[in-house]
Design a binder for this molecule. Structure first.
Ligand SMILES: *Cc1c(COP(=O)(O)O)cnc(C)c1O
Length: 486
């Protein structure tokens, strides 16, 4: 707001104040002393009270009582300003410089735009599919939307079978059940991931062995995997599966990982929860393991609010997954069970949401990549920060734009950056805390990339920036401006 145009003195006539209030529509003028310092705000309510007390429109503002207005220092943060406004139930704040001069008036509507990390982004056809479910009264787990959603996903990624389930975690658990993972077994898993990748190993009473990242993709290090497999072979106990996680929309380096797993005869479960729509050497994420999984949780690139899918080329595995996910009912007319089952299938209503979302996947990938490109350009000359690398074999969705700080250039920590952004109502988050650093997996064996643990460093130096496909260019530019000011 142009402070000059709304500044008045005690000599100013009521008429003139009313004219300014009328012209600006901002609801306030600033009463300024002869030395230029700010005295108080004047609202149309203040003028009304003056006139009730006998002032006319020719009167000056001399009759205005002394009052202290709520002001804020020029080094304010959005968070400070908003909490002050909330505390005093006001929508304006006068900003003062070090000399007590008004330099700005912040309005609530200008600053209360909170930018979140990644929010659901609905398309246009979700409600139609949900409506179909209502119209036909398919308000149940399973149903035509579920079948169609499964078919549409596998068609899109070029696989054979999809089993829609209640979460990505359920899909990982089913994968381990299908591979026969049990209490005596070990399962390898990327260490730098969300706990949901590893927890299902514990559900089966098996032991996780955690594998470090490599610096080029932040995903499973083939070097660490090779050492882990050699070591397991020497100990006479190969893992039942290797869960390979694709972080923040980017595939792991699948060729060497697949080659190693082939060599040792170990199955891959590809945790593509974060990488739907991504490609590795042109081939869609989710199709590299004997089993692959997607998540449709609310923060993922497409969502059913909660849901997941198991992907496989093998009909028997898909059939077995459906059986286990629907309480493992034997094919008998009475309720007979020969094995422990689970209630993991997706509802027909949520699958309707998924079908609508799936139609937007290409757009969502393009939008997230565009957000990354904006960061990339806007921060190119900032030497203390590096964005997550994208190797030439990768086509990342940039589900989240992640970055690391360079401790050789700055003393600032990742949590400092997250805090400074939070002060401006921008939600950034740390990089996943690696599983080998988690209290709950403290006993798990861990294989670092080399002498140095790459994932540990990424956790210490890394953070994720808001990356939603529904961010506006202006919002990303605001985030970039805040970072540049650091
Ligand atoms: C989100 C996520 C999961 C779990 O998916 P849910 O649908 O939330 O159960 C698993 N692995 C990774 C890497 C994830 O990001």
């Amino acid at each position: 707001m142009n402070v000059q145009s709304i500044s008045v003195s005690r000599e100013t006539q009521v008429r003139e104040v009313l004219a300014i209030l009328n012209a600006t529509g901002g609801g306030i003028v600033l009463l300024v002393r002869a030395d230029g310092t700010f005295e108080r705000t004047v609202t149309d309510g203040d003028i009304r009270r003056l006139m009730i007390d006998g002032s006319t429109i020719e009167s000056s503002l001399d009759g205005l009582p002394k009052a202290s207005s709520i002001v804020i220092d020029e080094k304010y943060t959005r968070r400070d300003a908003l909490s002050l406004m909330n505390q005093h139930v006001i929508n304006h704040l006068v900003v003062l410089d070090a000399n007590g001069k008004a330099i700005d008036v912040v309005e609530r509507s200008r600053i209360d735009d909170q930018i979140l990390l990644s929010t659901p982004h609905m398309g246009e056809s979700e409600l139609d599919f949900v409506q179909q479910a209502f119209t036909t009264n398919w308000i149940a787990p399973l149903g035509p939307n579920v079948d169609a959603f499964e078919n549409e996903v596998v068609e899109l990624i070029g696989s054979k079978h999809g089993v829609a389930v209640s979460s990505g975690t359920a899909a990982i658990h089913l994968s381990l059940l299908l591979l026969g993972v049990g209490p005596e077994d070990t399962v390898f898993c990327s260490s730098l991931t969300f706990a949901a990748s590893v927890n299902p190993i514990a559900y089966q009473g098996a032991r996780p062995v955690l594998i470090d990242s490599e610096p080029d993709s932040w995903n499973m290090s083939p070097k660490a995997l090779e050492r882990a497999l050699e070591s397991a072979k020497r100990a006479g106990k190969l893992p039942k599966a290797v869960i390979v996680v694709n972080l923040y929309g980017q595939s792991a380096d699948m060729d060497p990982i697949q080659e190693l797993c082939r060599q040792y005869g170990v199955d891959i479960v590809e945790d593509a929860a974060e990488s739907m729509g991504a490609k590795y050497k042109g081939r869609p994420s989710g199709t590299f393991g004997r089993l692959g999984i997607f998540s449709f949780n609310g923060n993922k690139i497409i969502t059913t609010s909660g849901g997941g899918m198991l992907i496989t080329e093998e009909r028997e595995l898909a059939q077995r997954a459906r059986f286990l996910a629907t309480q493992a009912r034997d094919p008998a007319p009475h309720y007979q069970h020969s094995t422990i089952g689970y209630n993991y299938r997706m509802s027909n209503i949520l699958a309707g949401v998924g079908r609508g979302q799936l139609r937007m996947l290409d757009d969502r990938v393009a939008a997230r990549r565009a957000v990354f490109d904006l960061y990339s350009e806007g921060l190119a000359d900032i030497d203390w920060l590096e964005l997550m690398p994208e190797p030439e074999w990768s086509n990342s969705t940039h589900w989240l734009t992640a970055a690391t700080i360079r401790p050789d250039v700055t003393n600032r920590s990742a949590s400092d950056v997250i805090g400074l952004l939070s002060n401006e109502l921008i939600e950034a988050r740390p990089v996943w805390k690696p599983m080998h650093m988690q209290p709950v997996f403290a006993d798990a064996q861990y294989f670092p990339h080399d002498n140095e643990s790459v994932s540990t460093g990424l956790f210490e130096r890394g953070f994720c920036l808001p990356s939603g496909s529904n961010l506006t260019k202006e919002q990303v530019e605001r985030i970039i401006a805040v970072i540049r000011k650091m």
